[in-house]
Design a protein around this ligand. Structure first.
Ligand SMILES: Cc1cc2nc3c(=O)[nH]c(=O)nc-3n(C[C@H](O)[C@H](O)[C@H](O)COP(=O)(O)OP(=O)(O)OC[C@H]3O[C@@H](n4cnc5c(N)ncnc54)[C@H](O)[C@@H]3O)c2cc1C
Length: 517
């Protein structure tokens, strides 16, 4: 009774109107009798051309719509990586490149095998079919001549198939233009907010979106999540209450961050910072995953044609180990010289150029997110422990990547475009020196995940169970990239959207059966 008299009470409170949060809020409010509040730290993306135009994505990195998280010192990698995380409705789907891959069957089956019962490839297939995003292959008019020639050169170099529609069937290797979640006719995003929230935001009185409102602490009554404390744009402190459930969708950095500031996490760490322990949950912040990548850049003989969807429209998957489940090396092809990190080592950006960025689909290194202060405004520490796995699988993968990239670059029809290799440069050829280069200029594909990982109900390091309920708490689930038990071999956004769809199902089913989280 007490809850219902509180002014800011909703059936569900979704913390984070990002990729997964937008899906959940839209799905739950399909029922007009259900009320939902979305607490979103950023502004709306409606009418914002800078956000909605896909090809402008790079202009958003590091700007006012980016939380911009640094990493801790990375002794074997690049300590200067900035992890971009979007502060705007739609979350990272509003500033990413919208490359759209359904996770491979082997990705989901790995989740199921790790204890995520019900998340195998067969049951997950239905959630892909439900997605509202406009997922289409890069449009013909956006297919740049040099990207087409990269595809043909890879076909002429490697024993991989041409793929036209990476989501049509599972693959182990292949080269081709990506599927993107966009509208080719005007280059506008089909982000989570565009596809799920824009059509309903002004129509549904049962959906209330708090914009530029920051959630800083969960309200817990014993083990039950009652709501969340937020600070609005005007600096007002509010307690937003959930009659049924809180859904934490703040992403792989901010979901564990909010839990830790609410006293939910590893006891010793919380005590060391003087944060009162509400619930000792040792897995919070562990299992920090990412897709690290390196880069090889060529100067071209002259300017490249202008047309493109977002400057990285084609890519290549290789399976070096025939026993590996799915691809074990991926490349994005950029029709721009991507020298941001090499410039720190003294390389110069050519006026015209292209890049290939080999990345590690299934990296073995695991990192950790932790707090350094009890002050919620201090950014958490992200220690990815890049390239620290025991047998140096991750480092060796990038060296293989640079070697394969060089073979493709030597092959027509790409070779004729290229004037010289800018970095690492033709003199860098040995394994050791290639590895040193690859790791020092390493970048991220911007895929942090796994910090509140899902696992079996009796797995002590799991943060959520297979129904996404936080272990040991009531009335709260997590649904975003943080619940990934392992990294998908492919870019993760579609997987996150599917987590959102499944979460909405789980919440609906719980309510229908009279239960809750
Ligand atoms: C530059 C870039 C390019 C990428 N390119 C691709 C790609 O092409 N393909 C692909 O598959 N993946 C890509 N990714 C990754 C993909 O976008 C993310 O994995 C995915 O969008 C994450 O979704 P999420 O729901 O976990 O978090 P997010 O989408 O980040 O949502 C979190 C939301 O919560 C809000 N929030 C956070 N904390 C709080 C708080 N305390 N209070 C209130 N609100 C809060 C944020 O503002 C945000 O809106 C890219 C990522 C980046 C950054």
């Amino acid at each position: 009774m007490h809850q219902d008299t509180h002014p800011h009470t909703y059936d569900y409170v979704v913390i984070g109107g990002g990729t997964a949060g937008s899906v959940i809020a839209a799905r739950l409010t399909e029922n007009p009798d259900v009320t939902v509040a979305v607490i979103e730290g950023g502004p709306s993306d409606v009418g914002r051309d800078d956000v909605l135009t896909l090809r402008r994505w790079m202009g958003l990195l590091g700007g006012e719509l980016d939380y911009d998280y640094p990493t801790t010192e990375q002794p074997r990698g690049n300590s200067h990586i900035r992890h971009s995380r979007a502060r705007v409705l739609g979350g990272c789907s509003s500033h990413n490149t919208l490359i759209a891959f359904k996770p491979l069957p082997s990705d989901w089956d790995e989740w199921e095998a790790s204890g995520a019962k019900g998340w195998g490839s067969v049951p997950m297939e239905a959630y892909y079919a439900r997605l509202k995003n406009n997922i289409v292959p890069v449009d013909e008019k956006d297919r740049n001549a040099i990207a087409r020639d990269f595809v043909d050169a890879a076909l002429n170099t490697l024993d991989v198939p041409r793929v036209e529609g990476f989501n049509k069937k599972p693959f182990n290797d292949g080269v081709g233009f990506f599927d993107l979640a966009y509208h080719p006719e005007n280059n506008k995003r089909s982000s989570a907010s565009v596809a799920y929230l824009h059509p309903v935001m002004d129509e549904r009185p049962n959906l209330h979106v708090f914009l530029e409102t920051w959630a800083h602490k969960l309200e817990l009554d014993g083990t039950r999540a009652e709501g969340v404390h937020v600070r609005t744009k005007d600096g007002e402190e509010l307690l937003v209450r959930a009659r049924r459930e809180v859904l934490l969708c703040a992403g792989a950095v901010d979901s564990p961050r909010l839990l830790l500031h609410s006293g939910v996490g590893p006891r010793a760490d919380l005590e060391a910072l003087g944060i009162p322990v509400a619930h000792d949950l040792p897995g919070v912040g562990e299992n920090l995953l990412d897709h690290p990548e390196s880069v090889i850049v060529w100067e071209t003989n002259g300017p490249i044609p202008e047309n493109s969807a977002m400057d990285s429209d084609a890519g290549l998957f290789v399976r070096r180990d025939p026993e590996h489940a799915g691809p074990d090396l991926m490349f994005h092809f950029y029709q721009i010289p991507f020298t941001d990190n090499p410039e720190r080592l003294g390389y110069r950006r050519p006026a015209h150029g292209v890049s290939m960025t080999p990345n590690i689909p299934k990296p073995k290194s695991r990192g950790r997110l932790f707090l350094t202060s009890a002050d919620p405004s201090v950014k958490p520490a992200l220690d990815f422990r890049y390239f620290t796995d025991d047998d140096d699988y991750d480092g060796r993968t990038l060296v293989d990547g640079i070697r394969i990239a060089r073979e493709i670059a030597k092959t027509e029809p790409l070779a004729g475009w290229l004037k010289r290799e800018v970095c690492p440069g033709p003199d860098i050829t040995g394994d050791e020196e290639l590895s040193e280069y690859a790791r020092k200029v390493a970048h991220t594909v911007y895929h942090p995940a796994g910090t509140c990982r899902m696992g079996a109900p009796d797995d002590p390091l799991a943060v959520v169970d297979p129904e996404l309920r936080i272990r040991g708490l009531d009335g709260i689930r997590i649904a975003d990239a943080s619940v990934f038990p392992t990294m998908t071999a492919v870019n993760p956004m579609i997987g996150v959207l599917m987590v959102g769809e499944k979460a909405a199902d789980l919440v609906g089913a719980a309510h229908a059966s009279g239960g809750a989280a």
